[in-house]
Structures are given as structure tokens and as C-alpha cells.
Ligand binder design. Structure first.
Ligand code: 5AD
Ligand code: FES
Length: 329
């Protein structure tokens, strides 16, 4: 789609049902009825960055910080594999304790299991990405957050938009399955820029796109900003599916935070992936990117059971494969 068409659809709420059905059809025809589950390990909430919307920003002194060390990460990894996960996602703040050498030790151990591995640990140099790839990492996630450069600079003090874009192209050129995505509902974000976000995903040829509504966090400068709109986030996601038919799209946790049935609605509007947490309870509440995160009182077995039941209740199946991007279609 061209930019104007995207803008028109985003502005017009009279055809939302059509849009969600169309995205669901495109999903079914291109990636089928299987839902891929990715086991998520949030291994450190320590972050050197200052993203204005994020509860993990370094100047938030009120949250209790934690770091899960290698042996414990491997324990969760093993448990997740035993539960049937075929992909693990290691996510953290930008925590300098985990340098390339430490990450590679963890990667090597995890890759001894026959699973796909995704990293989501922030901006790194080309050389660092290359070292991760050589150690066996399959996928990497870095949301662009917004393609509106001015808004990007406002939201990310001391960060470079150009570097973020460069990271994504470096990941693609190194052969990672590359994931990106955006926030919907940031203060001063325009509908035009959301259309640009979708065009950016297309231009990058992203392999995975995660989209979630902005949720204000009490301990950030955006605490008084209005929250993002669930349905607008869903529309951006549906349009992403229609424009990038064969990619992997998660039903995000932030969507479920704003709508108790958010992940199922997302799975029926273009999404085909869910990322349940596989760490123990003690860490979940502390990884407070935004308030009201779901599953903070559940353990890995409960989440697995819960999400499997939900997926089956809408007639979809749990994938038994590693769930790489469906390149055939
Ligand atoms: N609301 C919703 N999503 C958020 N993220 C960070 N802070 C918030 C918030 N307040 C998202 C960002 C980041 C991902 C890990 O979490 O898009 O890339
Ligand atoms: Fe965690 Fe439902 S997925 S309780």
C-alpha cells in the first residue's frame, strides 16, 4: 500500500471489522493456523538508557534491579525446552555487565539444545552482532519505536536515530532474522508517522514485527501522558500483516495489558506468535517496562497451560517447529 492509503485506513474507523478480517485471511493464507510460542527470559532489568516511556530507564531509582546469572538462565532455558518451546528469547535492558564474551558463553550453552535463539538486548556494534551470529544466534529484535526522527530524538535522550536504523540493516546483512516494531500512542505521534513506520518495515523487509500500545509508567517523565489506543495499535498490526504477508507477528503483552482478551483478538487480526514468560515469579513484577504487565503472579507452567488453552479455543494449533519466516509464500 501507498502512504496515503495507509493513512486513510488508519483514520477511518468505519471499516475496522473488514480490516481485521482481511489481515486474518492474509495471515491464514501465508503462514497458516499454527501459532509459534517463543519462551521469553527477561534476564536483566538494568539499563543504561533513558527512553522517556520506559520504566527500566536508568534514572528510575524506584525499581528494584536484578540480573539473572548464567547458571540460572540455563536452568530456565532447560525447563522451557522440556516444556516444548522451540525458540527462546533472551531479553534485557542495555546492561553492560553482559559483554560480548559473557553473552557468547550463554549463547553457546543454550545452542546445545536443539532450538532457535533470539536476542533482544539493544544496540550493539556490527562486530558484536557478527560475534553473536557466529556463536549461533538466529534472530535479533530491535524495535525502531517510531520512524518520526524528531519524536525519536525527543523520546530517547542521548540516542541516535541513525544508529538504530543502522543496527537493523546490519542485522539483516549479517543474516539474522530481524525483528523490529513500534509503539502506538506516544505523545505527539501522528497517524502519518504510523503509516511511515509500516513503510519502513516493508523497506527493511523485516522478518518479525511487534507492535504495542504505549502505556504510561508512573516513574517516567511520561507519567501524565494518555495511554495508547488498543484498537489503533491493532490496526497498525493488521496493516503490517497485509503489507508483509509472510512475516512473524506477535500478539504482544502490552495489547493484553490494555484489553483482557488482547492477545486472542490480535491472533485473529493478523498475529501468529505469542511470547510467554519462562522465568520464575520473583523477577516478573520487576521487569516493569510499563505498569499492569500480565502474568506477574504466574509461573512458566501456568503461562504455558493458559496460552495453549486460549489458542486451542479459537481453533488454532501450537506449532511444533522452530517457526522461521515462511519464505515460500
Ligand atoms: N508502554 C508500552 N511499551 C513499552 N515499551 C517500553 N516502554 C513501554 C511502555 N511504557 C516497549 C518498547 C520496547 C519493548 C521491549 O517494550 O517498544 O522496544
Ligand atoms: Fe501467563 Fe496466561 S499466559 S497467565
Amino acid at each position: 500500500m501507498k502512504k496515503q492509503e495507509l493513512v486513510d485506513i488508519l483514520l477511518d474507523n468505519t471499516k475496522n471489522d473488514w480490516l481485521f478480517k482481511e489481515a486474518d485471511r492474509v495471515r491464514r493464507e501465508n503462514v497458516g493456523d499454527e501459532v509459534h510460542l517463543r519462551g521469553l527470559i527477561e534476564f536483566s532489568n538494568i539499563c543504561k538508557r533513558q527512553c522517556k516511556y520506559c520504566g527500566l530507564r536508568s534514572s528510575n531509582k524506584e525499581i528494584e534491579r536484578y540480573r539473572i546469572l548464567k547458571e540460572e538462565i540455563l536452568l530456565y532455558a532447560k525447563k522451557a525446552v522440556e516444556m516444548g518451546y522451540q525458540t527462546l528469547v533472551l531479553q534485557s535492558g542495555e546492561d553492560e555487565y553482559y559483554d560480548t564474551d559473557k553473552m557468547i558463553e550463554i549463547i553457546r550453552e543454550i545452542k546445545k539444545f536443539d532450538i532457535a535463539l533470539t536476542l533482544s538486548i539493544g544496540e550493539k556494534t556490527y562486530e558484536e552482532f557478527k560475534a553473536f551470529k557466529e556463536a549461533g544466534v538466529d534472530r535479533y529484535l530491535i524495535r525502531i519505536e517510531t520512524t518520526d526522527e524528531k519524536l525519536y530524538q525527543e523520546m530517547h535522550p542521548n540516542a541516535s536515530f541513525e544508529n538504530r536504523v543502522q543496527c537493523l540493516y546490519n542485522l539483516k546483512s549479517l543474516g539474522f532474522e530481524t525483528g523490529s516494531g513500534c509503539l502506538v500512542g506516544l505523545p505527539n505521534q501522528t497517524i502519518e508517522s504510523l503509516a511511515d513506520d509500516i513503510l519502513f518495515f516493508k523497506e527493511l523487509d523485516a522478518d518479525m514485527i511487534g507492535i504495542g500500545p504505549f502505556i504510561p509508567h508512573e516513574q517516567t517523565p511520561l507519567k501524565d501522558a494518555p495511554k495508547g489506543d488498543f484498537w489503533l495499535a491493532l490496526k497498525v498490526m493488521a496493516l503490517t500483516r497485509i503489507n508483509l504477508p509472510n512475516i512473524n507477528i506477535p500478539a504482544t503483552t502490552a495489547m493484553e495489558t490494555l484489553n483482557p482478551n488482547g492477545r486472542i483478538i490480535a491472533l485473529q487480526s493478523g498475529a501468529n506468535v505469542v511470547m510467554p514468560n519462562v522465568t520464575s515469579k520473583e523477577y516478573r513484577a520487576k521487569y516493569e517496562i510499563y505498569p499492569g504487565k500480565i502474568c506477574i503472579n504466574e509461573n512458566p507452567e501456568q503461562c504455558r497451560g493458559c496460552i495453549e488453552a486460549k489458542i486451542k479455543s479459537i481453533g488454532r494449533t501450537i506449532s511444533q517447529t522452530k517457526g522461521f519466516r515462511n519464505k515460500l509464500s
